[in-house]
Design a protein around this ligand. Structure first.
Ligand SMILES: NC(=O)C1=CN([C@@H]2O[C@H](COP(=O)(O)OP(=O)(O)OC[C@H]3O[C@@H](n4cnc5c(N)ncnc54)[C@H](OP(=O)(O)O)[C@@H]3O)[C@@H](O)[C@H]2O)C=CC1
Ligand SMILES: CC(=O)N[C@@H](CCC(=O)OP(=O)(O)O)C(=O)O
Length: 343
């Protein structure tokens, strides 16, 4: 059994990790931390876990965490910077759900996150945990940066086009919608029912911190600079990301449907839907699947890719567990066979 610790158990990604891991056949949950809820039984805070775990929250302690085989960080940005190196030194591996190790350029990270990068020394060993791109490196990794939610849906949607060099120089567009759980469990006015329901709005149009992360992944895939406009929107749903991606590809001869199907044929968590489909966020709610549909308007040369995920599963905790499975040589879908909830 893999001994698992979680730092930050009271946020949405922390409890989502628990929901997945309590049913994982190869995992023994050892530690779950919260400084504010020290001593509280986890199931008292999250009744969905009653009968599934007897764990209590405890304060983060490197020695205890170091007795685990792997430690997940489900914490705000900056926390993994301060603790990851010490935990790696105990021999445990680290899977970080925050953005602390996602950007390879520490200066760029400091610019977007507005704080000093606290772990430049271990940054070079971090592997970007997008299995569909980096599976071989993930296998050998000791420190994983789990991709952000928007970056997962946008990169998976654009990858086949970029890897095959099918897009001429142009401004690509990612028009993305997120559910409110993406903003986390912490109280904020924008997440109140009266503010977020029956309404929809764009935000961070000037520049969102996921832009450099998405661009970094897209440029690796394309092998050249990529221009991207990324506009996130908050929508009145709890879970889900819907990305509508636009690219101009005039005179395209390729059969895009066949290209996408071939690219993801062996990917357990990417489902390319039949031509003409319109995937709904509901079709992935609670599951680790990214559903993609590709459309091409031959008369205008416009390619439109639709990509949906559950922000808390393929966009965070599910993808984190997928990384763990790969790192420890387990079945990649172990603990991740949940079918989406309908309706
Ligand atoms: N919500 C989403 O859809 C997604 C979120 N993420 C990322 O995952 C991470 C977790 O997000 P979310 O689940 O929303 O939770 P929060 O960001 O609200 O983090 C909450 C957890 O972190 C703990 N924590 C906070 N500060 C510290 C600290 N200094 N040391 C140790 N523990 C600390 C808190 O417990 P306590 O203070 O009691 O110790 C709490 O359990 C974030 O980086 C977020 O950006 C990634 C993808 C998607
Ligand atoms: C709706 C909403 O507020 N979404 C968050 C992104 C989700 C998230 O937590 O992003 P990370 O994966 O980088 O941690 C935001 O825009 O900041």
């Amino acid at each position: 059994m893999i001994k698992v610790g979680i730092v930050g158990g009271t946020g949405y990604t922390g409890v989502e990790l628990l929901r997945i891991l309590v049913n994982h056949p190869d995992v023994e949950l050892k530690v779950i931390t919260s400084r504010s809820e020290d001593g509280l039984p986890v199931a008292d805070m999250f009744p969905n876990l009653r009968g599934h775990t007897d764990l209590r929250f405890s304060v983060p302690d490197v020695q205890t965490l170091g007795e685990c085989d792997v430690v997940f960080f489900a914490t705000p940005h900056g926390v993994a910077h301060s603790l990851a190196e010490e935990i790696l030194n105990t021999g445990a591996r680290v899977i970080d759900l925050s953005a602390d190790f996602r950007l390879q350029d520490a200066v760029e990270w400091e610019k977007w996150y507005g704080q000093p990068h606290g772990a430049k020394g271990i940054l070079p060993q971090a592997v970007y945990g997008l299995p569909e791109v980096n599976r071989a490196q993930i296998k050998e990794a000791r420190l994983i940066a789990v991709p952000g939610c928007y970056p997962t849906s946008v990169q998976l949607g654009f990858l086949p086009l970029l890897e095959n060099n099918l897009l001429p120089e142009q401004m690509l567009i990612a028009d993305c919608k997120s559910g409110v759980s993406g903003a986390g469990r912490g109280a904020s006015v924008g997440s109140l029912l009266c503010e977020a329901s029956e309404s929809m709005m764009a935000y961070a149009v000037k520049g969102h911190r996921h832009l450099p992360e998405i661009r970094q992944g897209m440029e690796r895939a394309a092998g050249k600079a990529v221009n991207l406009t990324f506009v996130p929107h908050l929508t009145p749903m709890i879970r889900g990301i819907h990305s509508t991606l636009y690219a101009q590809a005039p005179g395209l001869a390729e059969d895009l449907q066949a290209l996408y199907e071939a690219r993801y044929a062996n990917e357990p968590f990417v489902d390319v839907m039949p031509a003409g489909s319109h995937p709904a966020t509901r079709s992935v709610k609670g599951s680790n699947v990214c559903r993609i549909a590709v459309h091409h308007h031959a008369h205008t040369g416009q390619v439109i890719v639709l990509s949906v995920i559950d922000n808390l599963v393929k966009g965070a905790s599910g993808q984190a567990v997928q990384n763990m499975n790969i790192m420890f040589g387990l079945a990649e879908d172990a603990g991740l066979k949940q079918v989406a909830l309908l309706p």
